[in-house]
Design a protein around this ligand. Sequence first.
Ligand code: DLL
Length: 435
Amino acid sequence: MIYNEKYETMNRKDMSALQLERLQHIVKYAYENVEFYKKKFDEIGLKPSDIKTLDDIRKIPFTEKKDLRDNYPYGLVAVPMDETVRVHASSGTSGKPTVVVYTKNDLEMWSENVARIVTAAGITKKDIVQISFGYGLFTGALGLHQGLEKVGATVVPASSGNTERQCMLLKDLGVTGLVATPSYAMYIAETLEKLGYDMDKDIKLKYGLFGSEASSREMRNELDKKLHLFSTDNYGLSEIIGPGVSGECEYKCGMHINEDHFYPEVLNTDTLEPVPDGELGELVITTLTKEGMPVLRYRTKDITSLDHTPCKCGRTTVRMGRIRGRVDDMLIIRGVNVFPSQIEGVLMEMPEVGNGYEIIVYKEGYTDKLEVHVEVADANLITDYHKLEQLQDKIKKNLRVVLQIDAIVKLVEPQSLKRFEGKAKRVTDLRNVYK
Ligand code: DLL
């Protein structure tokens, strides 16, 4: 099913015309209502009227996370505060969070976009959907909540944490859809197994709406198998709106971007020039319709590619590939670029390997060392030294094929590494830690 036929199946010519009209409007609106944009435009002598084609978007300076921080909390807001109705924030690893505000129209636009992606994922008004994202300043829970209610699904606002209770709710309430980060979904799957739930009799899950963090295709497949469901990947970020920017349909061939609201560009990370479809680069997004806090050319730091080829589902919107990592997640180890998701991909393909892993990077003298701690799937292996050594060698070899560098592999007992109730943090880079 398609939630909004008019916009989701619009032909390219009409979509481009609509995008240009909205772009011209939002640029003028941002210039006239946000001092930050006016200053940026004036500095380079750019006027809103200079945006005559969609390609002219490249004349506009980028906006970065730092700009939101520097203007904390309300510096980029375009409306008087009595027009705003909601605040969200993303936690950020250091210092102040980045704050985003919404007007009533923004909330309406947001739930429309989430309604589209949950419909693409297969959810209808018949479904009972448990939201296992943390409620609060994080956009994930409330964002999905509004969109799911808009399609008429029954929402179970479980929030994250208390995993045994999550399992009980899944069973007792006859939940058919689960919303979570992939790592928390895996934790829930392990807990269901541990507590002896029968996945056929006790649990009625059909759909998994996963998102908010990168995960490998292999991890997705593992989740589908363990939870007996069909899952889709969903992308978004608070600075732009939250979830609802893009999501997969039943064909799982990329995430359809709601491009009548969020204009995407994918740029080469060195030259910042656009790359052709299929080539990886950094995703840059411009909000075309947001009132409270319009954002022009936001550098997401997320690495993906675009695909304009027609999709079998009938939607004509451009699709973005699975996020390969973030520009700032990329580890440079002995001169080689390594994305944590590549390591996850290798591990999750091996049946002898469990679900938990950790990546540690450090220096020994002047040399970078990559250490990967991996849970084995079968606890009996831990006492069999010979088999352990064999598995360790196999993992090392498989990692070398993909990464082109050697890793130190340490095997640990099943389910002994940290589990996550939200976004996972599996990488520790000790190279920059002051000693
Ligand atoms: O994570 C919004 C969201 C909530 C999306 C729920 C989907 C579902 P932030 O907390 O601001 O917002 O984090 C945004 O998370 O720049 C990506 O690096 C990462 N991210 C989000 N979705 C995906 C995904 C929400 N599907 C940051 N795959 C983004 C990979 C993702 N990474």
